[in-house]
Unconditional design. Structure first.
Length: 77
C-alpha cells in the first residue's frame, strides 16, 4: 500500500497549479502556500467518502510534490 500521493506543481499564467499523478485532483493557488492549503483540502474532500482501497493508499498519505521551477539564467563563457 502506498504511503504517499504524488502531485506535479507548475506555474500557470497567473496561478500555481497542482495535478495529481495518483488521484484525479487538480487545484490552484495564487501562492505556493495557498496552493498547498488548497491541495490538502482537495485531497481530504476527494477521499472523504471514497473507498481508498481502490487507490491502494493508506488513510492519511503524505503528499509528494514535484515542482517545475523556471530555469535560472547564468553567464555564458
Amino acid at each position: 500500500m502506498k504511503t504517499s500521493v504524488q502531485f506535479h506543481i507548475f506555474k500557470g499564467e497567473k496561478y500555481y497549479i497542482a495535478e495529481g499523478a495518483d488521484l484525479p485532483i487538480v487545484t490552484q493557488g495564487k501562492t505556493l502556500d495557498e496552493l498547498i492549503e488548497n491541495l490538502k483540502e482537495a485531497i481530504e474532500l476527494h477521499l472523504q467518502d471514497e473507498d481508498i482501497s481502490k487507490y491502494d493508499i493508506i488513510s492519511h498519505p503524505a503528499i509528494f510534490a514535484n515542482i517545475d521551477i523556471t530555469p535560472i539564467k547564468y553567464a555564458e563563457a
